[in-house]
Design a protein around this ligand. Structure first.
Ligand code: CP
Ligand code: NVA
Length: 292
């Protein structure tokens, strides 16, 4: 089983993954003993790479971390050939890629679990961990998650797409406030509210934002900053949410753009707790994928 998209798992899988997260938090397990997992990164990463590296080792697995520049792929070796060879060495792969198609090409030739550690289309590990963080922080079960008004403000990017997939799967009370120019096609997410109207932030229990310029979009910086400027999470905007509204950001943040220092460092910010949970939740995911 792979985890390339949130759509690869069901709600039942999610419940089982979260059960493992809780189990592994309280006791040390060796579910990855004698497993060798490769981490291949085409783009920079702090949280994802390190949390996977530590998590795999805590589960007693072995890890090989590679930047694509160090592989023959950088000199034109086909993914087909690379993936077929790695299939003979490794038990699993964690891939961060520029283009989602790269993961799909790996999938054709690497026959063991593959995890998407971020592509241009989705960041499923981030969203998986964020759903866990929401239910833990707000003290609700997955069944009760629709009691929480969740509001995402910003760009329809990889993180947003994965959150939308979960919002749909779980029937969340979710609102995605995105400028018209950057919204997804309506038929992709029929069951959730997508609007450019910032007023949807009113009464939010959780507000989430991410950068306006994702990795690989740097050339569009000026164009994007002009459009997104009025969607900044700042003190004034936060006055319209519930008083105990939690503030989330997947990080890295561009302080002063999508979020101000005051909000990011404020009493309602759970961004560091959110980052810590990447480690716990990915361990649950690894345990689930590798013991099936
Ligand atoms: N949130 C996240 O995936 O961070 P990194 O890019 O540092 O891995
Ligand atoms: N949307 C961001 C997320 C980084 C973790 C990006 O792709 O750069």
């Amino acid at each position: 089983m792979n985890f390339l998209s949130v759509r690869d798992i069901t709600k039942d899988d999610l419940i089982k993954i979260f059960d493992l997260v809780k189990e592994y938090k309280n006791k040390s397990v060796e579910v990855l003993k004698n497993k060798y997992i490769g981490l291949i990164f085409e783009k920079p990463s702090t949280r994802t790479r390190i949390s996977f590296e530590i998590g795999i080792q805590q589960l007693r697995g072995s890890v090989v971390v590679l930047n694509t520049n160090e592989l023959q792929i950088s000199r034109g070796e086909l993914i087909k050939d690379t993936a077929s060879v790695l299939d003979r060495y490794l038990d699993g792969l964690v891939l961060r890629v520029n283009k989602h198609e790269t993961i799909l090409e790996f999938e054709k030739y690497f026959k063991k679990p593959i995890i998407n550690a971020l592509s241009d289309v989705e960041h499923p590990c981030q969203a998986l961990s964020d759903i866990y963080t929401i239910i833990e922080t707000k003290k609700v079960s997955l069944e009760e998650i629709n009691k929480i008004k969740f509001v995402f403000v910003g760009d329809y990017n990889n993180v947003c797409a994965s959150l939308m997939n979960f919002a749909q799967m779980l029937g969340m009370n979710a609102y995605f406030i995105i400028p018209k120019e950057f919204q997804p096609k309506k038929n992709l997410f029929k069951e959730i509210t997508i609007s450019d109207d910032i007023n949807y932030i009113k009464g939010a229990d959780v507000v989430y934002t991410d950068v306006w310029v994702s990795m690989g979009q740097e050339k569009e910086t000026n164009y994007r900053l002009n459009i997104f400027r009025k969607y900044q999470l700042n003190k004034e905007l936060m006055l319209r949410t519930k008083e105990d509204c939690s503030v989330m950001h997947c990080l890295p943040a561009k302080r002063g753009n999508e979020i101000t220092d005051e909000v990011m460092d404020g009493k309602n910010s759970i961004v560091l707790y959110q980052a810590e949970n990447r480690l716990h939740v990915q361990k649950g995911l690894l345990g689930y994928l590798f013991t099936r």
